[in-house]
Design a protein around this ligand. Structure first.
Ligand code: NDP
Length: 359
């Protein structure tokens, strides 16, 4: 059957030096259809592919560190697919699976791939995915949501007394971060920072944030400081940073004594080159400012928590989704060929919630 199908893949073709070059970073090319040669193997038809800001660290040398991907190598990210042929008795045809795989329309797998997980078997009845769709395995039931979950519950350890500001608030991580802080931990106030009034309205009216600030309107550090003081006269105790930039500079100047600054992401810097310090936004005296106010700066990476997922995240999040406590949104981009464009959208801010490419 698979003989008649045509396979395609995206390989890295250039290293983008700025945001305008993102779309040409990858090249779409034909590749052979996979064939099963071992007993435990199966073939996956790709259904949904995740694009994530961290992919930038593989495209060129960046402050995030790590190895850059080789030119000509297939791009890898989280994806969801359906098994169309199988010699693995645990993973029969029609099983929906997720894991980290190359950007290919058809993939040969054996279940030992990084973050491999069965999403749903065809015999499974009434699973959460029937209600919310299997694409959520790379979104609200996947890595971005795990980042919010462990970021708030373990790293920030948000308490009812906390006033939390979250930047990048309308994205995959930010939407869930604010909701867990507010609805699960009962933070006294959660303020989201996002680009545009539509996103700000969504955060307050749909997700239950106490307030939101459009950073494109309050577009300098001084304006942001004044708006934050108006909205949080009692003082900010926690800042969950997804973006960096002048918003971070503003919060840093006014966060309360013993405040926590949780560094989850710095997307405003990801398209800069580490080799060019003039392009890196380094706010003077960050570290000196921590001294008299006893501030904590806590960086974290979600992969440090993956071994806790089955016992914690996958027990709690489906319950919160089923009871409607946690809400989510996906921004779908149709067509495998549009993967680079979907990645670009993360930097132009065209998404609300998780960006998912529907193949
Ligand atoms: P999002 O869904 O939030 O998409 C990215 C958003 O970032 C855009 O929608 C845009 O929203 C905003 N943005 C883009 N460029 C800028 C800029 N220059 N200044 C301010 N905002 C900008 O992506 P994710 O939820 O997947 O990721 C959010 C952050 O979390 C990223 O920094 C990512 O690297 C980080 N992350 C960290 C992890 C960890 O383990 N520490 C794991 C996963 C993600 P807007 O319209 O508001 O500008």
């Amino acid at each position: 059957m698979t003989n008649e199908l045509k396979n395609e893949e995206f390989v890295l073709s250039t290293r983008p030096s700025d945001q305008t070059e993102i779309k040409s970073a990858w090249k779409l090319q034909s590749c052979p259809m996979p064939t099963i040669t071992n007993d435990n193997e199966f073939i996956i038809k790709t259904l949904f592919v995740s694009v994530d800001p961290y992919l930038s660290s593989g495209l060129k040398k960046s402050a995030l560190g790590g190895d850059t991907n080789a030119i000509g190598s297939v791009q890898i990210s989280g994806l969801v697919g359906r098994v169309i042929e199988s010699k693995n008795s645990n993973i029969p045809v029609d099983t929906i699976v997720t894991g980290r795989f190359g950007w290919r329309k058809y993939i040969l797998a054996n279940g030992t791939e990084p973050r491999f997980r069965i999403v749903q078997k065809s015999t499974d009845k009434n699973t959460i995915y029937d209600n919310i769709g299997s694409s959520t395995a790379i979104g609200v039931l996947g890595m971005p949501s795990q980042t919010a979950y462990y970021g708030i519950l373990s790293v920030a350890n948000t308490q009812p007394s906390d006033v939390l500001v979250v930047s990048g608030a309308a994205g995959a991580v930010g939407t869930i971060t604010g909701q867990i802080a507010k609805k699960i931990r009962g933070a006294q106030k959660v303020i989201g920072i996002a680009g545009g009034q539509k996103k700000c309205d969504y955060l307050v009216n749909e997700l239950g944030f106490d307030a939101a600030i459009d950073y494109k309107e309050y577009n300098t550090k001084e304006k942001m400081v004044n708006r934050l003081k108006e909205l949080a006269p009692e003082g900010i105790t926690q800042y969950f940073d997804n973006t960096g930039g002048f918003v971070t500079d503003a919060v840093f100047d006014i966060i309360k004594r013993h405040g926590k600054i949780i560094i989850c992401g710095q997307i405003s810097t990801y398209n800069n080159s580490e080799e060019d310090p003039s392009k890196i936004n380094i706010y003077p005296n960050y570290l000196a400012k921590t001294i008299y106010r006893g501030l904590s700066i806590l960086g974290f990476v979600v992969s440090d928590f993956f071994d806790r997922n089955e016992e914690e995240f996958y027990k709690d999040m489906p319950v919160w989704l089923n009871e409607g406590t946690i809400k989510f949104q996906e921004t779908f981009v149709d067509g495998f060929e549009n993967l680079p464009r979907a990645y670009e959208m993360l930097f132009t801010g065209e998404n609300i919630g998780k960006v998912v490419v529907r193949v």
